[in-house]
Design a protein around this ligand. Structure first.
Ligand code: ARG
Length: 288
């Protein structure tokens, strides 16, 4: 019985290493597989020594839990409520959904925080297994990565200083300076609207908003939920006009990794069905 468990644990770890395939983390997963094998052996030795039934069960459960290996998510944790820092932790809607997905896959979730425009390259190179960053599905991104089914909707909105009377929406933006986080749809859309020379790019939307408050730029173009968070925190800002478009968020994986893509889609589907995703979203985006 014990031997079978051990064999199963090692097998699962090896299968996961295979699924992660070309990912740089496959090496990591293999190491994890080896480490897990050791852990299981260790647990066994301890198990033999342990005489209470409870302890044995707890240890076996622990060994099994990590047996699936590690799955690495790339994100940019500067995007409340989707992902942000809470002390040393990275929290938000995406990390919670990702954790629920990893739990379903029997894998340990590891989050890598990086610049937004480094996320897709990190999936392409295999440094990360998947990207989850309030990331909008776009045709351009589809050239380099594959997207799962969508799990949320969003739109772009304009933030301006509360006393601004000139900017009333996207059609009154001409010749104004618009800020956005580098590489986001806010950046790309602003570039279309006002031209490259009028777009100011920042490492985070927080920095863009600081710049707006200081009057260095005239507007910030960003996703609706983060915009709401900034509005709640800054009375000197307001939204100009109506939401501009409809965008959809999805998880990105390396092109051609259909095995992982299918697993993610399956998990998303189940978490949508059983209400988990709604529950997580409602926790971070209170209904008006
Ligand atoms: N939805 C936008 C995009 O995909 C912005 C995403 C920014 N996300 C982040 N974690 N900073 O371009």
């Amino acid at each position: 019985m014990k031997m079978m468990k051990k064999a199963a644990a090692v097998l699962t770890a090896m299968t996961m290493a295979a699924v992660l395939g070309a990912c740089g983390s496959s090496e990591e997963a293999e190491t994890t597989a080896a480490t897990n094998a050791e852990t299981v052996t260790e647990a066994e030795t301890q198990e033999e020594a342990a005489d209470t039934e409870e302890e044995t069960t707890a240890e076996a459960a622990e060994a099994e839990e990590s047996a699936g290996g590690v799955i690495v998510m790339g994100t940019n944790a500067e995007f409340e409520p989707w992902e942000f820092h809470d002390g040393d932790d990275i929290v938000g809607i995406d990390p919670e959904i990702a954790q629920a997905i990893a739990d379903k896959m029997g894998m340990e979730l590891q989050i890598e925080d990086m610049a937004f425009d480094a996320i897709i390259p990190s999936v392409v190179s295999g440094k990360c297994d998947f990207a989850m960053a309030g990331m909008t599905v776009t045709d351009e991104r589809k050239v380099s990565v594959d997207f799962t089914d969508t799990y949320a909707e969003s739109s772009l909105v304009l933030l301006v200083q509360a006393d601004n009377t000139e900017i009333t929406g996207s059609d009154s933006l001409a010749d104004h300076k618009v800020g956005a986080q580098t590489g986001t749809t806010g950046d790309l859309t602003a570039t279309e609207l006002v031209g490259d020379e009028n777009v100011e790019r920042y490492n985070s939307f927080f920095e863009a908003v600081q710049s707006l408050k200081q009057g260095k730029i005239d507007a910030v173009l960003l996703d609706s939920a983060p915009a709401k968070v900034f509005l709640a925190q800054n009375e000197d800002l307001k939204q100009a006009g109506e939401p501009m478009n409809k965008e959809e968020y999805a998880i990105a994986v390396q092109k051609g990794n259909t095995e992982l893509l299918d697993q993610l889609n399956q998990a998303i589907d189940e978490l949508q069905e059983d209400g988990t995703i709604d529950e997580i979203m409602n926790k971070y985006i209170p209904a008006e």
